[in-house]
Design a protein around this ligand. Sequence first.
Ligand code: HEM
Ligand SMILES: *[C@@H]1O[C@H](CO)[C@@H](O)[C@H](O)[C@H]1NC(C)=O
Ligand SMILES: *[C@@H]1O[C@H](CO)[C@@H](O)[C@H](O)[C@H]1NC(C)=O
Ligand SMILES: *[C@@H]1O[C@H](CO)[C@@H](O)[C@H](O)[C@H]1NC(C)=O
Ligand SMILES: *[C@@H]1O[C@H](CO)[C@@H](O)[C@H](O)[C@H]1NC(C)=O
Ligand SMILES: *[C@@H]1O[C@H](CO)[C@@H](O)[C@H](O)[C@H]1NC(C)=O
Length: 597
Amino acid sequence: MYKILLFITLNLFATFNCDRECGLENIICKNNSKYRSIDGSCNNLQNPNWGTKYSLYDRILNPKYGDGVHSFPKAISGKNLPNSRKISTTIYKQGMTETISKISLSTMQYGQIVTHDMSFTYLPPNSIPCCTTNLKMLDKKEVPKVCASIEIPNDDPVYSYINATCMRMVRTITNNERACSQSLKYDEQLSEVNSYLDLSIIYGQTYKDHKTLRTFINGTLLVDIRNNREWLPSSVKSLCTGNFNTAERCYRSGDPRTNQNPQLTVIMTLWVRNHNNIAKNLQKMNPHWDDGRTFEEARRINIAEHQFISYYELLPLYLGREELVKKKILYNTDEFVNDYDQNMRPHIYNEHAHSAFRQFHSLITGKLSVYNPDGFSYDSILLRDNYNRPESLEQYKLFDGLIRGLSMQPQMESDIYYDPDVTQCAFLHAFKFNVDIKAIDIQRARDHGLASYNDMRSYCGIKRAKNFTDFLDVMDRDKLDFLLSLYEKPDDVDLIVGGSLENNIKDTLAGPTFLCILYKQFYKTRRSDRFWFENEASGLTLKQLKEIRKFSISKLFCDNGNNITLMQKHGFLPVSERNPRYRCKSINGPNLHWWKE
Ligand code: HEM
Ligand SMILES: *[C@@H]1O[C@H](CO)[C@@H](O)[C@H](O)[C@H]1NC(C)=O
Ligand SMILES: *[C@@H]1O[C@H](CO)[C@@H](O)[C@H](O)[C@H]1NC(C)=O
Ligand SMILES: *[C@@H]1O[C@H](CO)[C@@H](O)[C@H](O)[C@H]1NC(C)=O
Ligand SMILES: *[C@@H]1O[C@H](CO)[C@@H](O)[C@H](O)[C@H]1NC(C)=O
Ligand SMILES: *[C@@H]1O[C@H](CO)[C@@H](O)[C@H](O)[C@H]1NC(C)=O
């Protein structure tokens, strides 16, 4: 009797568990839904959980785990690869902090919004100790399996002064740990957010989260009103871990990273206000609409505006407009595009999230200038003091001052120079210790076992290097010298390191190998989305679509700041003779009368 029961149980396990694809479970689709689901489920009708929370990252190339399955990649010689922190201090030095760039800080900041909307490594809890409390490496026997902390060299230019030898890092959770997609031959990491570019950062990743973000009245999102302005709802303290002043405010929204840095929180707030403005206007025009209808229509418009800004305004500055059109990532058209491909997976490439797109951490600046209405910078706040500390945003003038800063402050270059607030002064409050985001990026890429730089070169149609000098086809001698000083063999070079040393291609912010990955990802992200705003099936009429295409980052700033009255038309580019400031009233935007029923 027991034997039979056991047999049946095991059998059920076999059918339901072993072949279950990672992502949310037990999804039932309404095939004819007019609106995209909150959690991304049923976007692909054949594979309803594709792109939902806990989905896998995809991979362009097979991994190179040391043991083929799970452990960190090794050098060809069998030795460990060069230390991640050592690479960071050797190559990614503090550079010019004031740089004349033809692009505004908003370009960097909106890039982070796009990233957060697409993926987030699913990590074990912060409470697991991976260093001793005085920042030393744990005894080998005591190290929890999920730890992969970076051992800081004794001669470290920064941390040796505080005698720290351990930088905390935990490994990303994989398919094996969640018992899904178990037929894979090696570890694949999971993302904690849905893959679609759908503003899930403000609407939530699951229905359960989502419900806590809505008012259920007239289609609006929940906000706190203070000083007659809408702010993100306050959160329990845990989202701003380590805030030393526990009385400080911290926000909640659809993404766990909402409070990470002030300018990020500014843009999240603008999108929530934008949703509520749209909902109010729709409700006024269509008083017979109930909360659900108003909410979904406002959400559809908000997401379409976000997709439009991301692809048509932002991506050209990172990846070059001509090439984007040639690669069918952008279209020169007034019509629908209808390029949905139901066989294309929405999942984010591991090489994209954990090497290519992270290149743009180089754009971050530690000094956030605050501008007055006349367009002059009168103050600044430092990133290092404001990680996970958004409270100061509610000072009435600061919020608008930072918005003007986004649109006017020049952005740093995409190069090997990093702001010390990234490589030395990050997250002091959160970790009681400054981390080096660049060193962690390198360590993370190894945690995920990413293919080597040389493998990716040859995949991308650049010649596979037989010796180091072959790398000179895409990088300068001084960059090659860094590699020679750190690595034994050309095949040892990490993708995230080699790619970052390539010369940028004209009109873009990256070299050929990273560009190859980025084009591939952004192509996939639009074509795998059945509700992509330019797809007729997304539910917008052609007249409505034409209105969406009038939106801009400047309009987002104008409509949703506290009291922004002047703005240049191209808000990702600094003010200049060719991009002068106008009254906000004269900056064009979508006319919602096509939504009147
Ligand atoms: C002030 C600005 C920013 C800060 C403080 C920041 C910080 C971080 C940190 C701490 C991580 C996680 C590191 C890890 O444990 O693996 C991360 C991940 C990442 N960042 Fe940033 N970042 C910023 C801006 C950007 C920008 C501008 C981009 C791209 C345009 C970007 C792209 C990414 C990507 C692709 C990831 C991996 C996402 C994933 O988990 O799938 N970040 N960033
Ligand atoms: C939805 O569509 C899929 C694929 O076309 C089909 O397998 C499924 O049975 C449909 N579900 C419902 C509830 O109609
Ligand atoms: C670091 O260690 C050295 C030698 O043990 C000691 O003299 C110094 O005071 C320590 N510094 C700090 C900041 O703990
Ligand atoms: C909802 O909208 C209606 C008009 O369409 C308005 O009369 C009502 O006051 C609104 N409710 C709230 C709570 O704003
Ligand atoms: C490196 O390899 C290339 C062929 O890939 C060869 O032409 C060149 O002479 C080699 N250089 C050195 C220094 O060995
Ligand atoms: C908004 O800004 C304008 C121009 O800077 C100013 O004249 C006006 O007093 C401001 N309004 C409020 C409510 O602060």
